[in-house]
Design a protein around this ligand. Structure first.
Ligand code: ZN
Length: 304
């Protein structure tokens, strides 16, 4: 009898352990549907994550309205070896696949907590777009641009990267961007990412956020991206591409001057000449003043 009881006890403990493992993710209710958090971080607490998520959901809903309410997950991983998840895991800070965000914990990404939260906002924006319409894909440049814009990621380094390739028009073909995103080259990926930021910012500048809201509305109601874009801008993406290249050429040429080391190297002799002229002018006025004072002294002596 006792051995039988111990036998059952063993199964009971085993059952509880398995359940504890399965349900170790904490479940929360949000306005975008249930959220599971699997947090392996020692520094970032669930409460901080949920606070940011709730605030961001409120912010996005206030602009674009509610998306479909479906379960989504946030995993904060301290495992640096997750290349199986994505080929860009090595150099990314967070990735989103379908309804799951995987964030690199700050113990392996070595970024500040503020930057971590900014990346989390970026990934939540991907979730928002993924929840709009399961049937059609939104192009990657629009997804990334949107996600950066609504996470306040407006990096000067991205603009500089675009400015430095200003004469390489072939690189600015929107249709070829997805291939760059999927390439294993970090350089190609970074360029695609930087260009997405610039493309999206130009979109907002050219058409305003109100037009963007209409594009999102059309996607939500079942239009494919191309149609939603055309209906609200009266331009095909290809024609918009021509406009963007012109914009880059007229707005970004001067940014190349900000490539600091070479820029300083070019203007150093000019700075020296300007400094030389200033010193010369200053000396000339001092000498002139001294001569005048000398003359006045002489006159005074004569009068005396
Ligand atoms: Zn992204």
């Amino acid at each position: 009898m006792l051995t039988q009881f111990l036998h059952y006890k063993f199964y009971l403990i085993f059952y509880l352990l398995i359940n504890a493992f399965i349900f170790c993710n904490n479940k929360y209710i949000t306005d975008w549907g249930p959220l599971l958090i699997d947090n392996q971080s020692l520094t970032i607490r669930d409460e901080e994550v949920i606070h940011l998520v709730d605030n961001h959901i409120l912010y996005m809903n206030s602009i674009f309205g509610f998306p479909n309410k479906e379960l989504f997950k946030i995993i904060i991983s301290d495992n640096p070896q997750l290349q199986s998840v994505s080929n860009i895991w090595d150099w990314s800070l967070g990735i989103t696949k379908g309804n799951t965000i995987i964030m690199k914990d700050i113990s392996i990404s070595h970024i500040s907590q503020n930057r971590f939260m900014q990346v989390l906002r970026h990934e939540l924006n991907h979730i928002y777009l993924n929840k709009l319409n399961a049937k059609y894909n939104i192009p990657r440049w629009f997804e990334e641009g949107f996600s950066m814009y609504y996470a306040n990621e407006n990096f000067l380094s991205n603009k500089l990267l675009i400015a430095n390739n200003i004469n390489n028009t072939d690189m600015f073909i929107i249709d070829q961007l997805d291939a760059k995103f999927n390439s294993k080259s970090k350089k190609q990926f970074n360029f695609a990412y930087a260009y997405s930021q610039v493309l999206f910012n130009f979109f907002i500048m050219d058409y305003s956020e109100l037009i963007l809201i209409e594009v999102i509305k059309d996607i939500k109601s079942g239009h494919i991206f191309k149609d939603a874009f055309y209906n609200n801008t009266l331009l095909t993406v290809n024609n918009y591409n021509i406009k963007v290249i012109d914009n880059i050429k007229s707005n970004f040429w001067w940014l190349r001057l900000m490539d600091f080391p070479s820029f300083l190297f070019i203007i150093a002799p000019l700075l020296l000449i300007v400094a030389f002229i200033i010193v010369k002018i200053k000396n000339y006025t001092i000498i002139k003043r001294w001569k005048l004072e000398e003359k006045l002294e002489e006159l005074k002596d004569h009068e005396n």
